[in-house]
Design a protein. Structure first.
Length: 430
């Protein structure tokens, strides 16, 4: 099936006389006729549903759809994107283990690696998203368990060199984990470039209408946990689940089954079936929406680049962008709908003008100010006065967040209306 078809038909197809729409199975538990049937379920939890913290038929259909979209073997929905990243790390690491992570990732994920995971005894070495294979290899230690990066980073919009990161990871017997939230599988399928595990904040484009916080983990099914030699938890009996050996018993879906039977069981961070139902509906239009988001962003980025009030525009679809070549390679249909740009102070100061950026934002009528991206409605944010307001101008510059920077997430409105809203906001600066 083509990706547009998978968006609609993946995971659930009605049988004769069955509901056209994926049903919402609001049931915590499931009925069985015999003790043998229940015992069999404990031996083969992948063959049925026992309890909705572990699996639920509505969630399972959406998991199957997303796994198909990414070209993976299995997926597991989580309560948020943050939980998808955390469970992925927790499925691979224990206290004393170590991660190698691209420094261009979402701020919340940086916090996870720098603040929270060290409290569990898991440490991280950051490498540049432009790191060479040798630099990545130099950061890997005997206790390293994963290499992590974001395909298109929020908010830096850096494009990860997937093949370089994958080959450095694989040579060391490690899986490459990537966050593919911004491109979605419509614009990039990282498994085809060597990624082993893909995580998403479904809160962003997969939902796409600013309705529900959620996440998902997709297992490519391609990583050889036994051959790596670094993952005894995958190849030795799990005494907490009656001696299961994940690689032996689940083959290509060992990673997701281990995450489900150990971590979802213990943490209970499953989404409700109602959320999965809504995600299934929004996913039906994902391919259509992503093409529109990214083509509008291209038009808006080109418009902004020509504006005298704008000092610089960061969008990998622009020829002037330092990630343009990587974007052409991994994201030929466009990177995503998010742009950042710096409103100048007219004197050429490096960080642009905090006040003029705020003035542009305050004059916008259609575009709304929100702490969000990847939504059907175009929205914008001034990081210097919001997400990064605790930093001084000097600290902002060091973090690559200029005082005059605006983050703009292009929605699905008529691109002409977005451009004319920007036009009148710039006119108000004069
Ligand atoms: N990954 C990326 C790239 C994000 O942008 C975000 C949130 O903005 C997350 C992960 C975390 O997702 P959530 O907010 O669903 O927990």
């Amino acid at each position: 099936m083509g990706i547009d078809t998978t968006c609609i038909h993946g995971g659930y197809q009605a049988g004769n006389g069955e509901p056209r729409c994926l049903p919402i199975y609001l049931s915590t538990t499931f009925h069985y006729d015999t003790t043998d049937a229940v015992a069999n379920l404990f031996d083969h939890p992948e063959q049925g549903h026992m309890y909705s913290r572990i699996t639920n038929p509505t969630c399972a259909a959406v998991e199957e759809k997303i796994a198909a979209l990414e070209g993976g073997a299995a997926a597991m929905l989580t309560s948020s994107g943050q939980m998808a990243s955390f469970l992925t790390v927790a499925n691979l690491c224990k206290a004393g283990d170590h991660c190698v992570v691209s420094s261009a990732i979402y701020g919340g994920t940086i916090n996870l690696f720098t603040t929270t995971l060290p409290k569990f005894g898991i440490t991280t070495t950051f490498v540049s998203p432009r790191a060479t294979k040798e630099e990545i290899a130099a950061a890997i230690r005997p206790e390293t368990k994963l290499v992590f990066g974001e395909v298109v980073a929020n908010p830096a919009l850096a494009v990860l060199d997937l093949e370089t990161f994958a080959s450095a990871a694989h040579e060391a017997g490690l899986p490459l984990v990537v966050d593919n939230t911004f491109p979605t599988p419509v614009l990039c399928r990282p498994i085809e470039w060597g990624a082993d595990i893909v995580v998403h904040s479904t809160t962003k484009y997969m939902d796409g209408h600013a309705i529900i916080v959620g996440g998902v983990i997709v297992d490519s099914g391609k990583f050889d946990w036994a051959a790596s030699g670094r993952f005894p938890d995958f190849t030795e009996p799990d005494e907490s689940y009656h001696g299961t050996i994940y690689t032996r018993d689940y083959g290509k879906i060992a990673f997701i089954m281990k995450a489900r039977m150990q971590l979802m069981r213990d943490f209970g961070v499953n989404p409700p079936a109602t959320n999965a139902f809504i995600l299934n509906e929004t996913l039906e239009t994902l391919a259509l929406r992503m093409r529109r988001h990214t083509s509008t962003a291209q038009k808006v980025a080109e418009y902004l680049e020509a504006r005298p009030e704008v000092d610089s525009v960061n969008f990998p679809g622009l020829k002037s962008n330092s990630y343009h070549e990587l974007a052409n390679k991994y994201l030929p249909d466009g990177p995503c709908g998010v742009i950042s740009f710096v409103v100048g102070d007219g004197k050429g100061s490096k960080g642009g003008s905090r006040d003029r950026a705020a003035a542009v934002l305050d004059h916008l009528k259609l575009v709304s100010q929100e702490v969000h991206v990847a939504d059907s409605q175009t929205c914008a944010l001034h990081p210097a006065t919001s997400t990064h307001r605790q930093l001084t101008d000097e600290q902002l510059l060091a973090a690559g967040i200029y005082p005059g920077m605006i983050r703009l997430s292009c929605g699905l409105e008529d691109p002409k209306d977005i451009l004319s809203d920007l036009e009148q906001a710039f006119a108000a600066l004069a």
